[in-house]
Design a protein around this ligand. Structure first.
Ligand code: PAF
Length: 282
């Protein structure tokens, strides 16, 4: 398997193949790959000749030094795993220097307000960091199609906005959330859950599913109050936010409309590990 760490080398390699008519899919990751990532890779493989998987823990999207330090890193394992899937996969695992050229700072972006909701309220500067890295990766990898999971639904909306506003020639494709048998949304962070928290965490999706049923007959406020009460009673999980939002604007719903699509979003702490999840409501 080809593993690149130099942006010029991978860019030249991809462009050489694209000149011959080959299509490239791209799955950006921060590594510690799990089945959720692999499902994105499979989707990318089924629609492209080659797939680039980037493995880079991007410092500028972390608002918490400890979270960045503790983020799992497992490049050798990731490469070995990808090798078992297909020889059409290339890995790009750059250093911080290769991406940031000695200036590890995020650029500032406007995403038409999407960046101020939910994650944006609790993770200062997070979406500037995401915008910076995704834009740079798109410029280096120059893929035809890029695949993002719906677990980070707000990130997916922001990446679509980034591509539209900066006229980047890539199709951004959202892929369904991959769950463990317990219902817990797959995440690299799950690796760090202690056993009692791992056992408790499926409560998040269970509550989202119950909220979806309630949303059929109750207002967004009633459902939100109910969810907050369920988490308040829980010994191990601490709710950061629960929001029912319009999927287009990501703004919280005030009054339900039959013509709009809504999703419920949650962020909760299991010990010191922050978990997010979401569900389509209609
Ligand atoms: O979702 C992630 O893993 C990251 O936010 C991404 C898109 C790879 C950018 O660092």
């Amino acid at each position: 398997m080809k593993v690149f760490s130099d942006k010029t080398k991978i860019k030249n390699y991809v462009n050489g193949k694209k000149d011959k008519g080959f299509a490239f899919g791209f799955v950006p990751t921060m590594g510690a790959l799990h089945k959720g990532h692999l499902s994105l890779v499979e989707e990318a493989l089924s629609n492209n000749d080659y797939v680039v998987v980037s493995v880079f823990v991007n410092p500028t999207q972390f608002d918490n030094e400890e979270d960045l330090e503790k983020y799992p890193r497992a490049l050798d394992r990731d490469v070995a795993l990808l090798e078992t899937i297909s020889s059409a996969i290339l890995v790009y695992a750059p250093s911080v220097e290769d991406i940031y050229d000695g200036n590890t700072k995020a650029e500032h972006f406007s995403f038409d307000g999407l960046e101020f909701e939910m994650e944006g309220k609790f993770r200062q500067g997070h979406f500037d960091g995401v915008g910076t890295i995704v834009k740079r990766l798109f410029e280096i990898v120059t893929p035809n199609n890029a695949y993002f999971g719906e677990k980070d639904f707000q990130q997916l909306a922001i990446v679509k906005k980034l591509v539209q506003k900066h006229e980047i020639p890539v199709d951004v494709i959202g892929c369904k959330i991959h769950r463990e048998d317990s219902g817990l949304a797959m995440s690299s962070r799950n690796e760090r859950l202690k056993p009692e928290y791992k056992k408790a965490a499926p409560f998040i999706y269970k509550t989202l599913k119950a909220a979806k049923v309630k949303f059929g007959t109750k207002s967004a406020k009633e459902v939100t109050d109910w969810v907050e009460r369920q988490f308040a009673k829980h010994d191990l999980l601490k709710l950061e936010y629960f929001t029912i939002a319009d999927v287009e604007t990501l703004k919280p719903v005030k009054r339900k409309s039959k013509t709009k699509n809504y999703r419920a979003f949650v962020a909760a702490y299991a010990d010191d590990i922050r978990l997010i999840d979401n569900i389509a409501l209609n």
